[in-house]
Ligand binder design. Structure first.
Ligand code: ADP
Length: 645
């Protein structure tokens, strides 16, 4: 035993205990802090008791102190075993290990301390005490060796799996352990064999400080806030003690008085400083907690939203079949040839039910389509489409319905350069094929849009009039300019209205492509739309005016779906109206066929699960005229609208 041992051993052991305690106190909620505290504090005890066992001249005390050393070693190894289960992150089965260790270490400590199973006896040498191991020393060896091996293997696994930030921590842990184990092996094995006694084991113990320092640094490295408090407290304490000391030095009484006042001021200042640092840290911690909570709430909401859409899609799908069956049977009952219902009142009621069920089927299929669009599950099969033909076909299918409502549907297509326009009205049939207006798209979806818009213009026209469908080509900038204006207008409106520009489709679909755009517009002489309503039309469930009356026939979903369908084709849709009674014009754009390659290229980049894709849902036995069966607006409502103008 040398003079420096008397200084080194207590100092290192106290340092180990202090570091362990500080880390534990600052990370009380954290299991890794606890594991580290066990390692560090037991290391402190180990070094201290080993040192004291050498210092004491009493054989009995020395034996007991040597046993304390081994109890500490058990705890040290236990801590080492526990650490990788909670550091850098807590594992699921960490609790089992914890309970096993608590029970095992409890019995191991009692057994080691009270029996001669581990440490049998000691003999005093000139340098200190030499040990004779007991019969069960193997238990200690197995536990120690096993703990180190398991800890090492798990830490390596943790290291491989962990994030870069945790890797630094783990690397520090390894480096510390490596240096400690290396020094210990060199001293305990190599030196022991050369010298033939335990004389130099202490140096191995002293090396433990390297290990403790490395882990302490690793654990607190990312919790510098807490260290800030400790540093502030230490600094403040030093200043206060220095002033306090001044008071007790022999001085004149007024100097003492000044010092006392100074001390009071400084003490108060210190108190405020420490408090403010703690407050600042608490704020930061709260902010961190809140950020975590917020991001959790956010992902929860997203999940709920997805669940909601999934539910709507599932429910709509399940509803469509029975509703279609009701509709089918009702139509058979209403058919004189198929069933006999004599009572005219019953027939009237049944007719109402039939109409309602048709509307219900329409609503359900609209909702199903919306969920398909919003989930990106709508099957879009694009090919070359002749828009002139497509529009003619729709007009053909719709013209009888239009005639019933005294509407004439005319089709105008103008060439880009010439002003010449060709007119096809519903009484004049022209089958001339025009190759000018070709696009690359899904004919089914484009047809749906055209039917929706022409359907609306028939539906919302009360007096006899003309519906003009026109088609022309414009440069890309025209569409971009119009859309910028529409978007600008909507952005200046309340949040609720801004929904009208929230797109439901992938941005790849939305991009306006090609230099030439085809514009299709439908102009009617119907009831018109108040200016302030224009930007809202394309919102989900939006309908102009008060639609709580029984007269209401629409769903308010047609334009929302039309907009999404147009956007799936790199187009835009908008509405214009001079106000109530002045008719309305709905216009949408589609890219010219020349942009076909660009479209194919863009859409390749959209991630899609092909098996999930579904076509547009349509109610069974649906036909175009279902969409605008009755004029849906009462005279009163119409008067009111004229009034608001
Ligand atoms: P629905 O027609 O089923 O109510 P839409 O989404 O197709 O739903 O239309 C939304 C609203 O826009 C309609 O309720 C109607 O108030 C208004 N609207 C649509 N087209 C016209 C039109 N051509 N003339 C006047 N109003 C229209």
């Amino acid at each position: 035993m040398h003079g420096y041992d008397f200084m080194l051993a207590p100092l290192i052991s106290l340092l180990c205990m202090a570091i362990g305690l500080i880390v534990y106190l600052n990370n009380r909620k954290d299991s890794s802090g606890k594991a580290f505290a066990i390692i560090s504090i037991s290391l402190g005890f180990w070094i201290l008791s080993a040192f004291l066992s050498d210092v004491t001249k009493n054989e009995f005390y020395s034996l007991l102190l040597n046993r304390v050393t081994f109890v500490s070693l058990f705890f040290f190894m236990g801590g080492l075993l526990y650490l990788p289960f909670v550091f850098p992150a807590r594992k699921k089965y960490a609790n089992y290990i914890k309970y096993f260790l608590i029970i095992f270490l409890f019995f191991a400590a009692i057994f080691t301390f009270l029996s001669s199973g581990i440490v049998a006896s000691i003999t005093f040498e000139q340098w200190g005490s030499n040990l004779t191991y007991g019969k069960y020393f193997l238990v200690f060896e197995i536990f120690a060796f096993g703990s180190i091996i398991i800890s090492l293997i798990l830490s390596i696994i943790n290291y491989v799996k962990s994030e870069p930030e945790d890797r630094t921590k783990l690397r520090l842990f390894f480096e510390g352990l490596f240096i400690f184990v290396l020094i210990t092996i060199v001293i305990e094995v190599v030196v022991r064999n050369i010298v033939g006694s335990d004389e130099f084991y202490r140096f191995g113990n002293y090396a433990a400080i390297v290990f403790v320092a490395f882990i302490a640094y690793a654990i607190i490295k990312h919790q510098l806030f807490n260290i800030k408090v400790i540093l502030t407290e230490i600094g403040v304490a030093i200043v206060n003690i220095a002033i306090l000391e001044q008071i007790f030095l022999p001085r004149s009484s007024w100097q003492v008085a000044v010092n006392v006042i100074l001390l009071i001021i400084v003490a108060y200042g210190s108190y405020v400083l420490v408090k403010s640092v703690i407050w600042e840290i608490k704020q930061k911690e709260q902010l961190q907690d809140l950020t975590i909570q917020l991001s959790q709430a956010n992902s929860h909401l997203k999940e709920l939203d997805e669940m909601k859409t999934e539910f709507v899609s599932l429910a709509s799908h399940e509803l469509l079949t029975p509703v279609s069956a009701i509709e089918g049977y009702l139509s058979m009952m209403l058919d004189e040839h198929l069933a006999k219902v004599e009572d005219p009142t019953a027939i009237r009621y049944m007719d109402r039910i039939y109409r309602s069920s048709k509307r219900l089927a329409r609503l359900i299929s609209d909702m199903l389509n919306i969920s398909r669009i919003e989930e990106g599950r709508l099957l879009v099969e694009k090919k070359d489409v002749n828009l002139t033909e497509l529009i003619k076909q729709v007009i053909d299918e719709i013209k009888f319905k239009a005639e019933e409502r005294k509407q004439r549907v005319v089709f105008e297509k103008s060439e880009i350069r010439s002003t010449k326009s060709e007119t096809i009205s519903n009484d004049k049939n022209s089958n001339e094929l025009n190759t000018e207006f070709m696009t690359y798209g899904d004919p089914d979806k484009i047809k749906e849009v055209v039917v929706n818009i022409i359907g609306n213009s028939i539906k919302y026209s009360k007096n006899p009039g003309t519906i003009t469908v026109s088609i022309k080509k414009v440069p890309k900038v025209t569409v971009e300019d119009v859309w910028k204006r529409v978007e600008g207008e909507i952005k200046g409106r309340p949040l609720d209205d801004q929904e009208a520009i929230k797109s439901a489709v992938d941005p790849h679909f939305r991009e306006i492509v090609g230099d030439e755009q085809i514009l299709i517009s439908v102009k009617d002489q119907g009831i018109g739309i108040p200016k302030e309503e224009l930007p809202r039309l394309f919102k989900k469930f939006h309908r102009v005016g008060d639609y709580t009356t029984a007269e209401s026939q629409g769903t308010g979903l047609g334009l929302y779906i039309s907009r999404a369908l147009v956007e799936l084709h790199h187009g835009r849709i908008w509405a214009d109206s001079e106000g109530p009674s002045h008719g309305s014009t709905f216009t949408f754009s589609l890219p010219d066929i020349s942009a076909k390659e660009q479209i194919i290229g863009l859409e390749k980049e959209i991630p899609q699960d092909k098996e999930q894709l579904k076509p547009l849902a349509k109610p069974m036995n649906a036909n175009i005229s279902d969409k605008f069966e009755n004029f849906p607006i009462s005279d009163e409502e119409l008067k009111k609208r004229n009034h608001t103008k």
